[in-house]
Ligand binder design. Structure first.
Ligand SMILES: [Zn+2]
Length: 208
């Protein structure tokens, strides 16, 4: 292992030297030494428009009786619904956190605090729309979203096409840019006991 690491380090060293020589040929500083490229240029930082950005989001809400179940922007018939300050759409919340994370814009709780009267019983589609506006203000467009919802019941697969249609309309993107998957946790943990539903999402964004 140590030999391999040693060789890899040598390779990296040689690559850096090559770049250094190409960029700074005949470039001698006042102190008589060759000028080095700035560390940020050497690592490719400061050229963020060349790179897409990825973000991840995770959210959980408790399943309780007496609440409507909102997932992916649509209402799903079920004996329980998710508890929360807003409509508690756990899938949209995970997607918003992924988008905000990709843009380095903090998180959903920072922009839409659950202590505010403005967000009480708020339709999470409004939160998603405002999240996309925050990204657009920073010059970002969506590449794609991939999300997974973990729920024992109800079965979500029949509802996924409607969720994708709804979210694509809110975001203003093609349905092909949104992937939604549903899984159970094999009756394990709080989702398996039907005490709650969780959602994971990743989002890829890029500068316009
Ligand atoms: Zn939430």
């Amino acid at each position: 292992m140590s030999n391999t690491k040693h060789n890899m380090n040598n390779t990296k060293h040689n690559m850096n030297n090559t770049k250094h020589n190409i960029e700074n040929e005949n470039s001698i500083g006042e102190n008589g030494y060759r000028n080095s490229p700035s560390p940020s240029r050497e690592r490719g930082l400061g050229e963020e428009s060349l790179f897409p950005r990825v973000g991840m989001g995770y959210d959980v809400h408790q399943l309780v009786e007496g609440r409507d179940l909102w997932l992916g922007g649509i209402k799903i018939e079920h004996s329980k619904g998710l508890l929360g300050h807003s409509d508690a759409d756990v899938l949209i919340h995970a997607i918003c956190d992924a988008l905000l994370g990709a843009a380095n814009l903090r998180d959903i709780g920072y922009h839409f605090p659950d202590t505010s009267d403005k967000t009480l019983n708020m339709d999470s589609k409004i939160i998603l729309k405002k999240t996309m506006e925050l990204l657009a203000d920073k010059g970002y467009v969506l590449g794609n979203i991939d999300a997974t919802v973990c729920a024992e019941h109800p079965k979500l697969n029949p509802h996924i096409p409607a969720m994708k249609t709804c979210l694509a309309q809110v975001i203003g993107c093609d349905e092909d840019q949104i992937s939604i998957k549903a899984t159970t946790t094999e009756k394990l943990g709080f989702t398996g006991r039907e005490e709650g539903i969780s959602a994971y999402a990743v989002a890829l964004i890029a500068k316009k």
